[in-house]
Structure formats: structure tokens, C-alpha cells
Design a binder for this molecule. Structure first.
Ligand SMILES: Nc1ncnc2c1ncn2[C@@H]1O[C@H](COP(=O)(O)OP(=O)(O)O)[C@@H](O)[C@H]1O
Ligand SMILES: [Mg+2]
Length: 292
């Protein structure tokens, strides 16, 4: 049997992916998969000829989403699926998941020209298409003008913005990222608050503080329910998700709430867990290859 060829899509600024992914190539090689990283917009990479293309550090899509989605549509064997990626690269999906009955951070989607119903607490204003905390800023109730001005900035390119009440428990507890590989729970990691101390009002260059953690049963149920809701929406089975990351935090009412579901380019926190996680990733890739 010839060795399957897998391309792990990255971006020009980070062609070999995030350092977190270093264990992935050897883990794939160990199970007989020839894998390599390649920026998604590299014309010399044979994405059409690969047995599978797995999205990894394709972080510049936030600036070129239309082009990126057209590329996703054109890749014959893409994980995760292009229709999922289209839905998941716009945080408006949070409204869909809320309507599916999941506990989601209260979210108002604000299209250009619309005025939000500002909650009377600290708020987060962030772009619907965004990653790495870029453009996410926190404002106190007495900073409405600044908040409105940031919202207007986010609207200049025609994009929708999100307004959410700031969830203060994140200051003490951070958020928990639960990672699923091939639809099965793999591991979790903890991320400190990104907007807690307002050291960098630009929202750029915020260093992430990560560490291992064990999720609570409530967090695990929420994450499992989230994956089930997505699969029901898209008429797919859980094992079609090569990876998924579910980010949750404790809301003002004490319940765990979904902050983000990442199906496109998440850091999977391999460095925050044991050496078996890249092997589980490799097995999820083998499973996706076998299903084709
Ligand atoms: N409603 C919120 N309450 C508290 N913290 C928030 C909220 N929204 C965002 N944050 C903080 O900002 C960070 C980035 O926001 P997030 O929604 O995860 O977008 P992305 O990671 O895609 O940039 C989060 O990790 C969290 O620390
Ligand atoms: Mg996030």
C-alpha cells in the first residue's frame, strides 16, 4: 500500500505552523502518513493532489476570508469540511448554537449601521471574523463612546461585529479549551484572561498564558453537546471532525458558557498535554483518510 500524502495548511507568515504542532509530523510518519506543512496560498503546493489537506495555522484568513473560502471550496479533500469552515469562520455561528439550545455567552450581532443594545456592564466588542484576540476589546460602562468608536472601526470593512457582556469570572479562572480529535475527547488546556487587565488596549500582541487543566463534568457536557449540535446542523458524524476545540468559561450566573467553537485553525495545545495527543491526532487523520 502506498503511503498517503497529507498536506497541513498553514500561512506564509508561519509556513511550518505554530511551534505547538511540532509533534504532529513525526506522529503522522509513525503511522505511515507522508505529511508536510504548506501555506494555503502557496501556488507550488499540490493541494488538489493530496489525499487529505488538514487546516492548521491558516491564520491570515481573517484578512482574506473570501479568497480563503474559495480556496477551501476548491480543495477536493479538506478537513475540516469547507461548508463547516465557511460557517465557523464567522462568529455569527454563536447565534445558531444559542438557537440550538446551547449555553452560549450572550451575543449581539451588530451589522454596519446598527446600534447595539449596550448591556449595563463591561462589554467586549470584537469582529465576527477574527482570531488570536485581534480586534477584541473590553470597555467599561463609562467608556461607551470608545466602545462605539471601536465598533465603527470594525464596521469600516463591512463586517459584522459582536457585542458581549464581559464575563468577569474569566479574570480569576480564565477559559478552558477542550480538544476533540476525530470526534473523541483528547485533552484540555487552560488559557488566562486576554482582556482582563487592559494592558494593551489595541488588542494586539497579547501573550497567551496557557497550562494544562482537567475540565469539570459541566464543561465536558457542554463541549460534547456543542459537537453534537454542529453535527446535527451539518448532517455529519462526529468522526468527520478531524479536530475541534471548544472554549468555555464561567458566566455571570455561574453556569459554563460557550465562548468559541474552533473548527478551522485552532492551536490544539499539544504542548499542554502528554506525548500521546499527537498520536491521537495522527489516528484521527488516518481515520479521515480511510473514510475517503
Ligand atoms: N465576553 C467575554 N468575556 C470575557 N472575556 C472575553 C469575552 N470575549 C472575549 N474575551 C477574551 O478575549 C479573548 C479572545 O476572544 P475570542 O472570542 O476567544 O476570539 P478569538 O480567540 O477568536 O480572537 C478570549 O480568549 C477571552 O480572554
Ligand atoms: Mg478564542
Amino acid at each position: 500500500m502506498s503511503r498517503p500524502r497529507v498536506l497541513l495548511a498553514t500561512c506564509a507568515a508561519m509556513p511550518d505552523s505554530d511551534k505547538d504542532d511540532v509533534g504532529v509530523l513525526p506522529a503522522l510518519a509513525e503511522v505511515g502518513v507522508d505529511a508536510a506543512f504548506a501555506p494555503w496560498d502557496d501556488p507550488s503546493a499540490d493541494f488538489a493532489g493530496a489525499d487529505l489537506v488538514v487546516l492548521r495555522a491558516t491564520w491570515d484568513y481573517t484578512l482574506r476570508r473570501k479568497e480563503f473560502l474559495a480556496w477551501c471550496d476548491a480543495v477536493p479533500r479538506l478537513a475540516n469540511r469547507a461548508d463547516l469552515v465557511r460557517w465557523n469562520t464567522d462568529k455569527s455561528y454563536l447565534a445558531d448554537l444559542a438557537s440550538d439550545g446551547l449555553a452560549v455567552v450572550p451575543t449581539e450581532l451588530v451589522p454596519p449601521g446598527a446600534v447595539p443594545d449596550w448591556p449595563d456592564v463591561d462589554v467586549v466588542v470584537k469582529p465576527a471574523v477574527g482570531a488570536g484576540s485581534h480586534g477584541a476589546r473590553r470597555f467599561a460602562p463609562d467608556q461607551r463612546e470608545e466602545a462605539a468608536s471601536h465598533l465603527a472601526d470594525l464596521h469600516t470593512d463591512g463586517g459584522v461585529a459582536l457585542v458581549q457582556p464581559y464575563q468577569p469570572a474569566v479574570d480569576a479562572e480564565g477559559e478552558t479549551a477542550l480538544v476533540y480529535l476525530g470526534g473523541v475527547y483528547s485533552h484540555s488546556f487552560h488559557k488566562g484572561p486576554m482582556l482582563g487587565n487592559r494592558v494593551d488596549p489595541s488588542g494586539l500582541f497579547l501573550a497567551e498564558r496557557l497550562g494544562p487543566t482537567t475540565p469539570t463534568a459541566e464543561q465536558r457536557v457542554l463541549a460534547e453537546d456543542t459537537l453534537d449540535a454542529v453535527c446535527a446542523r451539518f448532517g455529519m458524524r462526529r468522526n468527520e471532525l478531524v479536530y475541534a476545540r471548544v472554549d468555555v468559561l464561567r458566566g455571570a450566573d455561574g453556569r459554563q458558557l460557550l465562548l468559541e467553537l474552533e473548527l478551522t485553525e485552532p492551536s490544539l495545545g499539544f504542548r499542554q498535554t502528554g506525548p500521546e495527543a499527537p498520536a491521537r491526532f495522527a489516528s484521527a487523520v488516518r481515520s479521515a483518510l480511510a473514510a475517503r
